[in-house]
Design a protein around this ligand. Sequence first.
Ligand code: HEM
Length: 158
Amino acid sequence: MAKHIPVRTMADVKEPLVLFLIGMRINTFWRVWEWLPSFLAMGPMIVELYKNPELGFLSARTEMAGRTITVIQYWKSFEALEAYAANAERKHRPAWTAFYKRATSGTGAVGIYHETYVIRPGEVESLYVDMPSGFGLGGAVGSVPVGPRTESARERKG
Ligand code: HEM
């Protein structure tokens, strides 16, 4: 059988962008009525964002770890993310208000969190070996083959 030559690529980060992690933790499983609405609120927002690329959203994927579900998102800028969150015409702002209504009448059965990171060229490194082309940061901004001058993590970051 022919030897497999692994395909190695890296994200082609040419301008700053944003990595946004958002998640929920189910603190009390049996209080389904407290955490289910937060769980159900996410899907329609992701659909809205994919349908409206002018909002500055690039891509998302969901990861589950124990009782915590995290959606990893890439955005064009912090300003675009902030504007979407505050836009009363979009699905997020009403969900924000509804969350606090539930939270203040509930018991803390669901926790939510987010973390925002600005990614800048020269300050980020990535490597994909035989991964689907749409995956991760490389999928969000486009990827290029790893070459003789980008063999190490330090060189790719450079
Ligand atoms: C695509 C999905 C989402 C995005 C991009 C997003 C983004 C954001 C951002 C950027 C903020 C900070 C706004 C600011 O302070 O200027 C925020 C706040 C908030 N979001 Fe979301 N969010 C998403 C989904 C959700 C969901 C599903 C819920 C409800 C379950 C939610 C509930 C909240 C709440 C309650 C706050 C206010 C937190 C506080 O300041 O105390 N978000 N969101």
